[in-house]
Write a protein that binds this ligand. Structure first.
Ligand SMILES: *Cc1c(COP(=O)(O)O)cnc(C)c1O
Length: 397
């Protein structure tokens, strides 16, 4: 059984704050402060360059990959950590395209995160004018998986609405049509159980600073299905993905399996804080996290709908079709979110009119949800958002 009271106590949650934005940036695991401090002093400070061997810095990408792999249903040894998610999207998409020669269309949806689409646009432009990115509505993905498509590239959970694709069914349909799949798990890893291997997914990518709580700038991960592990060619063929980086050969030879998806030097400080977060994740059962998350989201929807007729649900009502976040539409959503933040309820705003709230059972409980909805009701009922101060847009929303 996951002890949610114990996991909650392991996070630093500022007094007077109800944090409903762990879907964007997870909070600080208490142990991370000391762990990173120790690493800096005793490893970087005292060991200097010998830390790569003595403190196992080089091994961290793989060890962390396996710990994340447990949460996303990957086979051990097939996930590696490093770089940013945008880079991992590029690598996965480029490799998948090469593994499906002769086809030149990438299918995605307009609920995908812009960076994934931008990366695809950039890559396809480099590959040539005959390549095409086809973007359809999320509901129309299945019927658009046709036998001219090379790669289906989707984010499982829509960052704006929380709508969840059926990974199993879409992957099966893709394979039936000879299409490879790239699944972005940015809003899935740590939010709900993922079964990459069981679904037969070909590539998976995701970040570690959202639900996984690795801290701002924590590195991304990539999964390559075992059947492609020795075949995929990493388009970004950096020295750490080389078979023998320290041979300093002039010619590139891919490393073993997913190791080849390494690019350059990994961010060791960030991986150290991610380790502190994974110590908490190691205590969690994803099925229990999912059950509790559905319960918290359902409660939030029920309370907000009962108290705030001004807000319109923008997420699927049925928890089975939703990730671990709930969004409401409101014309003055930006100002309303600023008013909430000023009162200690932190969510975020996504243009044009989405107020987004993330629910993370590791540190959010029912009492938090009830307290948050009281504040949402106060802001909406008394139009507390109608204040010029709340209408000034910050760079990060
Ligand atoms: C958060 C997110 C990103 C961000 O990519 P970075 O390279 O980490 O900035 C990309 N794709 C999706 C689907 C995301 O949710």
């Amino acid at each position: 059984m996951t002890d949610f009271a114990a996991t909650k106590a392991m996070f630093h949650l500022p007094e007077g704050t109800i944090y409903l934005d762990g879907n964007s940036l997870g909070p600080l695991p208490r142990a991370a402060t000391e762990r990173v401090g120790n690493m800096m002093q005793h490893e970087w400070g005292d060991m200097l360059i010998t830390g790569w061997n003595k403190a196992g810095w080089m091994q961290k990408s793989r060890d962390l990959g396996d710990r994340i792999g447990r949460l996303i249903g990957a086979e051990p040894g097939h996930v590696i950590v490093g770089d940013t998610l945008s880079i991992k999207v590029y690598q996965a998409l480029a490799s998948a395209l090469e593994l499906n020669p002769g086809r030149k269309v990438v299918l995605s949806d307009n609920g995908n995160f812009p960076s994934d689409l931008y990366i695809a646009q950039g890559l396809l432009t480099s590959l040539g004018a005959e390549y095409e990115l086809r973007v359809v509505d999320p509901e129309a993905v299945e019927e658009n998986i046709t036998d001219d498509i090379a790669v289906l590239m989707l984010t499982e959970v829509d960052y704006r609405t929380g709508r969840k694709h059926d990974m199993r069914a879409l992957t099966a349909k893709a394979h039936e049509m000879g299409v490879l799949t790239v699944w972005d798990l940015a809003h899935s890893a740590g939010a709900l159980p993922v079964d990459l291997a069981g679904c037969g997914a070909d590539f998976g990518v995701g970040c570690t600073y959202k639900y996984l709580n690795g801290g701002p700038g924590a590195p991304a991960f990539i999964y390559v299905a075992p059947r492609y592990a020795e075949k995929a060619r990493p388009a970004l063929s950096g020295w750490l993905g080389h078979e023998a980086p320290f041979a300093f050969d002039l010619d590139y030879r891919p490393g073993r399996g997913v190791e080849r998806m390494r690019v350059g030097t990994p961010p060791v400080l960030q991986m150290t804080s991610l380790e502190a977060a994974m110590d908490i994740w190691d205590m969690a059962d994803m099925a229990e996290v999912r059950a509790k998350s559905m319960q918290l989201c359902d409660l939030f929807i029920a309370e907000v709908e009962a108290k705030c007729p001004q807000l319109e649900l923008a997420s699927p009502r049925d928890a089975a079709y939703r990730g671990s976040q709930v969004s409401f539409k409101f014309r003055e959503g930006y100002a309303a979110m600023q008013a909430l933040i000023a009162r200690g309820v932190i969510g975020d705003f996504r243009a044009p009119d989405i107020m987004r709230f993330g629910f993370t059972p590791l540190y959010i409980d029912e009492a938090d949800v009830r307290a948050a909805t009281d504040i949402v009701a106060d802001v909406m009922t008394n139009a507390l958002w109608d204040n010029p101060e709340y209408k000034i847009r910050n760079a990060v929303t």
